[in-house]
Design a protein around this ligand. Sequence first.
Ligand code: ES4
Ligand code: ZN
Length: 326
Amino acid sequence: HLPQHLPVGLPKAELHLHIEGTLEPELAFALAARNGVTLPYADTTALREAYEFSDLQSFLDLYYGLMAVLRTAEDFTELADAYLEKAAAQGVRHAEIFFDPQAHTARGVPIGTVIEGLGAALDRSEERYGISTRLIMCFLRDESAESAMATLEAAKPYLHRITGVGLDSAEVGHPPAKFREVYEEAARLGLRRVAHAGEEGPAEYVREALDVLGVERIDHGLRCMEDPELVGRLARERVPLTLCPLSNVRLRVIDTLADHPLRAMLAAGLLVTVNSDDPAYFGGYAGDNFDAVEAALALEPEQLRALARNSFEASFLEDDEPRRAR
Ligand code: ES4
Ligand code: ZN
C-alpha cells in the first residue's frame, strides 16, 4: 500500500484489539524456541494452515493453545512492540489494548509479569511509534465470576496501568449479568467498563451489558441490528460499537464482507468504529480492515473519514473519567 492510500493512511484509534491476537506465527515459533516450548505444528506454514475457523470457539481453542509460548515479561514486551510497529504503519495513532490475564495466570504466568511486560512497550509507544495507549483488562466469560473477581483483586497493585475492564471469550451461554458484582467493584475502583456483546450472542446481551454492567462501549454489537428498539437507543445514547469486519468473516458471524451491516449501521446513526480484533489470525490490521470494508461495501471517502473520526470520539482519550457512572 502507498502510505497516502486513504483507508490505511487515515489517522485512527484502534479500540478493539486483543494483544494476544497479534501473535504472528514467526514470533510464536521464535518464542517457543527461546522458552523450550514444543508447538503441535511443524512450522509457520502448517500453523497458518490451521487458521480455518468454523466459529468463535474453534478459534479460541487454537488461540489459547498458542499462548503457551508467552512466558516472560520480555515476551509480552516483544509482542506489544511488534503490534505497535505494525499499527503505526497503518495509521493507528491511539490504541486501547485488551489483554486476558486469566489466560496467562492459568498457565502459571503471574499477572504482574504480563502487565509489566506490556507496560514496558506501552511506556515508550508515543516516542517510538507515535501511538498513545490505554490498557483494558478482560475477564474470560466462560470462567466463573469468582475467578474474574480474584483476577480484579490480583490486579490491584497495577491499577495505575489499567484504564478499564472488558469481557471476552465464548459468549453464548455466558450472559453479561453473570459478572454484575465484578463490574460493580470495577466501577468502585474508578475503572472504565466495556464488554463484548452481540458477536455470536443475541441482542439481549447488548442490552444487559448496558443495563446490568453499566458499560459505556460495546465490543462487536453486530447483532443489535436484529432489535430496532435497541438500535434506536444505541444511536440516541451515542454508545460506541467497536466492529471488527475481517474477524466477523473469519469466525463465520457473516458469510462474506459484502454482507456486513456496517453501511446500515452508519445509516442508523450508530457510533460505529472499525478495528482488527485478532489481526494475526483474521487477515489484517486496522488499516487492512478499513481497506477491506471500503472495497466490499464501496464506502465513500467521507464515510471512511467518519469512521476514523468516530474512533477518536469513542476512545477514552482526554476523558479518563467514567462517562456513565451508575
Ligand atoms: C475474541 Cl473475536 C473474539 N471474541 C471473543 N473473545 C475473544 N478473545 C479474543 N478474540
Ligand atoms: Zn474481540
